[in-house]
Design a binder for this molecule. Sequence first.
Ligand SMILES: NC(=O)c1ccc[n+]([C@@H]2O[C@H](COP(=O)([O-])OP(=O)(O)OC[C@H]3O[C@@H](n4cnc5c(N)ncnc54)[C@H](OP(=O)(O)O)[C@@H]3O)[C@@H](O)[C@H]2O)c1
Length: 295
Amino acid sequence: MKILVLGCNGQLGRCLYDQLEKTDHNVIYTSRDQIDIADFDATKRLIKQISPDIVINAIAYTAVDKAEQDQDKADLINHLAVANIAASCNELDCWLVHVSTDYVFDGASMMPYKEDDQTNPQSVYGDTKLKGELVIQSSGCRHIIIRTAWVFSEYGNNFLKTMLRLGAELSELRIVGDQIGCPTYAQDIANAIVVILENVKSKELNSGLYHFGGNVCWSWAEFSRAIFDEALELKVIASKPNVVAITTKEFPTLAKRPAQSQLNSNKLTTNFGIESSDCMLGIRSSLTAIKLKGP
Ligand SMILES: NC(=O)c1ccc[n+]([C@@H]2O[C@H](COP(=O)([O-])OP(=O)(O)OC[C@H]3O[C@@H](n4cnc5c(N)ncnc54)[C@H](OP(=O)(O)O)[C@@H]3O)[C@@H](O)[C@H]2O)c1
C-alpha cells in the first residue's frame, strides 16, 4: 500500500518511521518543508499528486499552554487544516488515520473514558483537537481516529525527557500529583497504527474512533518517580532527585487540564487485538534508546 505520513519529524512521526520501515509498504514521509498543512492549496495539490491509499496525519499544534494565547494558529492546524486534509482524502477515496487527545474530556469522570463518553474540552488545544475529529467524521472520508494520552518516547519534547533534564539540575522536583492519566509510549501508538493498516488492507473496515492509552493510571508525580527509578536502574542517571507531589493549584498553568483522563482502550483490543501500551516497558525502551543514542 502507498502510505503518506504527514509530520515525520514530530515525536509520533519519528516512531512511525521506525515502525513502518519494518513493513513492505511504500511510504512517503513529509515534514513541514515538503507539506505545510497551513497552505491548503499546496497540501491538496501534493496529496493528489502522491495519490496515497492512506494518509497518516502525525501533525498537530501540541503546545497546550501556548495555544491559550494562540487560538487562531491552534485552530488552523488542529481543525481547519485537518478539514482540508479530510476533503483531499475524500476526493481521492483514500483512508485518513488521525491522532487526537484525552484533553477532549473535562476529567470529571471517575472511570477511564470510553469513545462515546461525553466530550467537554477545557482548553483551546482540547477544543481545536475535538473540532478536528468532528470535521473528519462529517467529511465523508474513510477514517480511523485514535485518541491517545500523555505521549512519551526517546524522541522530541516530552515529560520523560523533561524529567531527565530537570533531574540532572535539581535535587528536588515538585510535580503535580492530582492529575491522573495513562502515559502512552509513542512507538506503541505507531505500532498500533501499523496493525490497523494491515486491517485496512485485508478486510472491509468501517471508519471509527478508538482510544489507545497506557496500561497504568498514574499522576504526573508517580510517572516521574517511575522514570527516575528506571533511569537509575539502567544507569542513565547516577542519582535520583526527591519527587514531591504537589497540587494543580500549586502549579498554575495557562491551560486547564483534566484531573482524570485515563482512556479505556478495550474497543481497540476487541476490534484489532491491540493491547494497551505497556508503560513500564515504554519507559525502559525510551531510556535504553536515550542511553545508546543520547537525548
Ligand atoms: N504529546 C502528547 O503528550 C500528546 C498527547 C495526546 C495526544 N497527542 C497527539 O498525538 C499526535 C502526535 O503528537 P506528537 O507528540 O508527535 O507531537 P509533536 O512532537 O509536537 O509533533 C508535531 C509535528 O507537527 C508538525 N507541524 C506543526 N505544524 C505544522 C504545519 N503547519 N505543517 C507541517 N507540519 C507541522 C511539527 O513540525 P515542526 O517540527 O516543523 O514544528 C511537528 O513535527 C498529535 O495529534 C497530538 O495532538 C499528543
